[in-house]
Design a protein around this ligand. Structure first.
Ligand code: 5GP
Length: 141
């Protein structure tokens, strides 16, 4: 996989592309989404250029987890929203368009601005569920 182009988010983190910066520490960078679903839509990004969350180091994951609630509080305070969604897409079929891990913080307003919920779910198949959960437990133990 050598010679991979830096993602647009790496350029932003490195100051080679402008952004509306919100937060920065050793491992994490945060800025406003250029195409917001609602006012205050913010991205929280690890400086580590992992493409998807499953490829992210524990150190970066820990750093992101630590700051997400704090950045969320600032987004709510400044946008005036009291509700929000966290969105995190992995892979093109899962709606990821920038292949550098990022968490969206999307304020949800009473008037509907923000993320809609078009997803359809079905009741679990318990036999299948038991098999899958057991296989996951094995992998995680
Ligand atoms: P994804 O679909 O990968 O989960 O979301 C990528 C997000 O990055 C989109 O919401 C898009 O608007 C945002 N984005 C793409 N390019 C830029 C950029 O150059 N600057 C900023 N601030 N946001 C970007």
């Amino acid at each position: 996989m050598g010679g991979v182009e830096p993602s647009i988010f790496s350029l932003i983190i490195n100051g080679e592309m402008p952004c509306h910066k919100v937060y920065e520490d050793e491992h994490v960078f945060s800025f406003l989404d250029v195409n917001p679903f609602s006012p205050g839509h913010t991205l929280v990004v690890p400086k580590e250029a992992a493409k998807t969350l499953d490829a992210l180091s524990e150190e970066s994951a820990q750093a992101i987890g630590r700051v997400l609630p704090r950045v969320s509080r600032a987004v709510l305070e400044v946008s005036g929203a009291s509700e929000f969604n966290i969105l995190q897409n992995n892979g093109p079929n899962a709606f990821q368009s920038v292949f550098h891990v990022h968490f969206h913080i999307i304020p949800k307003f009473q008037d509907g601005r923000g993320l809609a919920w078009p997803f359809k779910s079905n009741p679990i198949d318990h036999e299948d569920g038991a098999r899958m959960a057991a296989a996951m437990r094995d992998l995680l133990s």
